[in-house]
Design a protein around this ligand. Sequence first.
Ligand SMILES: [Zn+2]
Length: 421
Amino acid sequence: MSTPSLRLPKYSIGVGDRFSLQGEAQLQACFSALQQGVEVTPVWNKSNREHNIIGSEPFQTRRATQLAVETSEWPLPYFLDADHIGLETVDRFIEPCDFFTIDVAEKIGAPAPPDSVSEFTNRHPELFKEISLGSLGVILRPSREQIENVARKYLTAVSEAGKIFRYIEKRKGAGQFISEISMDETDLPQKPIELLVILAAVTDEKIPIQTIAPKFTGRFNKGVDFRGDVEAFTREFSADLAVVAHAIRQYDLPDNLKLSIHSGSDKFSLYAHIREAMQSAGAGIHLKTAGTTWLEELTGLARAGGSGLNIAKEVYAQAYGKLEELCKPYATVIEIDREQLPLPEVVSSWTSEQYVDALHHDRNCQAYNPNLRQLLHVSFKIAAKMGERFLDAVKSNEEIIAEGVTANLFERHIRPVFLSR
Ligand SMILES: [Zn+2]
């Protein structure tokens, strides 16, 4: 596979912008990194699901992004990610996007035909020999049977990814876009050996992916910290980095291939471990954050008080009443304990400070409520329905919101993941 002409730099961050108003504030965070000598490439990701919920179109994201880039005079590459698309949903993203996250999680486990499984294992005898994963000292010794089982589980998903990739390539042209494969929105995490088999299969399909998003061990819930065994995650993550490096050497894959971490915002207890593992492997990553920016919009409104606070309260009250509906599309990536949600009547009497304390992600604050934060994370549909009223409130509190958006992205995400040593 030749290296695609569009190339994703080593460090990149997915920045979501539900209402397309925070592009400049988000770019300021990348400028801050640049001032410290580190290039972190912004990639605006917005999924088909998100566009459907809001009622927006990908070309609007392109327009808003371009405007933000021009106004801010951002001098380096940036991309627009058609996040979690499939064959049925990709069409409206083809023109405005130059990054495609091909989501084949749904096809995982659809048993591959026996013929293709045996063809695959015959083609890849290197997979059931001893595989030494470089400096980590990890040695994998899968049996043929094990590889066949993994292949049976993933080959259908990878062949679907191939179909989607070729569909996009035919329309955009070879090398004119960045491809990612995502398998994160599923029930079970992928082990390093599974990742390796997937990458071998991706090579067979000739998909020049530059990022791959596996499902990691533990819970990556939206907008809140990691829940699970941090050490187990760290071991697995290091092994995954080694698998990617091994696959680049072994197979014909782009040499900048890296891991993509979905639902990557707010995983504060992991960032130091991610950074250390990444730096010792000499690897890069793509960190996807999206809703954390929308939550900053809401926090800013609450902080502003007056009508801003009232809107924030109204969003909560409506979200509380529509919990089921709002949570359904995010079933694999949120966990809300309803018992811990305050009643809307209680929230309606809150001061600015009380609302902000409950929502702001500060694990040391007694009043911080991760259940409320997750519910608000998925409640942007309510804000979208408010239409101009919500957008006007955001615009008239632009300064206080932008400050929060930039600080959240830079101080709490970019700095701990990409900068500190
Ligand atoms: Zn995702």
